[in-house]
Write a protein that binds this ligand. Structure first.
Ligand code: G3P
Ligand code: CA
Length: 300
């Protein structure tokens, strides 16, 4: 009997092993055999679609042409591609708390913010992409608006001839709905999180969350999978702590794939696999491989 298929996604490439969202991290993930590269987008001043988790330059990981980690941050949208390419993102600032989270990350000095075109070229033809539109309805001035962002992302994916092997994901479902309208050939993935630190669902707020494109949880029985289905998503991608066996089953009964993020502990990976997830997003694909092998799951 053929082994069941599983979508193993390398988060920001392989953030646990190589500098996040760099070509080095993507190459590491591909070499490990991931199905999918998870990554994040920003738009430069001259409208180039580049890879960055943060809409602002992040002092924890960005060094200026003087070789020092930056102190003052600026939005990527205020820089041209040529200006952005002057920064080095190949090493975490050892003085930053953030660096302590990733002790296995090997620096690769000289890595630059990649463009999406460079990502596609480096990744080769056999890997998939899960590409995040990073807009925030509570901080509209930080980026281009979600509709424009969706248009630029769709154009970049089509230019890379990667539509059939890409998913566009976002916490801000406005961009996802626009992406569906513009590009029915590209699947979308509805991200959600309900936690003390961040909550895009707003279950107890008494009004629709600004992250959900006007969709109202109250009209969908309080079910985030039903909401994701209504938003036209093919995938529901919840924060891993929000996953239950019930909500995974519900999502799959609606025809959605269920793909939690960001799972780094092998015991948690095992628990989620036992709940029936279709894949998972991890900073450490190397840790997931033995777990999947033990479960008889084939990565594809
Ligand atoms: O794919 C979902 C995950 O990447 C969302 O979290 O903050 O790492 O983009 P973040
Ligand atoms: Ca992301």
């Amino acid at each position: 009997m053929a082994a069941a298929a599983f979508d193993l996604q390398g988060h920001r490439g392989t953030r646990g092993l190589a500098p996040e969202n760099t070509l080095a991290a993507f190459r590491t993930a591909v070499a490990l055999g991931v199905t999918t590269l998870e990554t994040d987008l920003a738009i430069t001043k001259d409208d180039v679609v580049v890879i960055s988790h943060d809409p602002m330059l992040n002092p924890d990981l960005v060094r200026g042409p003087d070789g020092k980690w930056i102190v003052a941050s600026v939005p990527i949208h205020s820089l041209t591609l040529a200006e952005l390419k002057r920064y080095d993102i190949g090493r975490l600032n050892p003085a930053a708390k953030y660096a302590q989270q990733f002790p296995e990350q090997k620096p690769v000095d000289g890595e630059r913010f990649p463009t999406v075109a460079e990502l596609f070229a480096a990744a080769g033809p056999n890997v998939r992409f899960n590409i995040e539109i990073k807009t925030d309805p509570t901080k509209p001035d930080l980026t281009v608006d979600p509709n424009r962002f969706a248009q630029l992302a769709v154009d970049a994916i089509r230019l890379g001839k990667a539509g059939g092997r890409s998913t566009i994901q976002s916490f801000d479902w406005r961009g996802l709905i626009e992406a569906r309208r513009l590009a029915p050939e590209i699947a979308t993935s509805c991200l959600s999180i309900e936690s003390n630190g961040m909550d895009t669902v707003g279950r107890t707020s008494g009004r629709p969350s600004p992250w959900l494109a006007g969709l109202d949880l109250a009209n969908h029985g309080g079910s985030v999978p039903r909401l994701a289905k209504a938003a036209g998503c093919a995938v529901w991608s919840p924060f891993w702590r929000n996953v239950t066996a019930e909500n995974i089953k519900e999502a799959q009964a609606l025809g959605l794939k269920a793909l939690p993020w960001t799972v780094n502990n092998p015991a948690e990976m095992t628990r989620l696999i036992d709940m029936g997830v279709d894949g998972l997003i991890t900073d450490y694909p190397d840790r997931a491989l033995p777990v999947l092998a033990a479960k008889g799951l084939e990565i594809r």
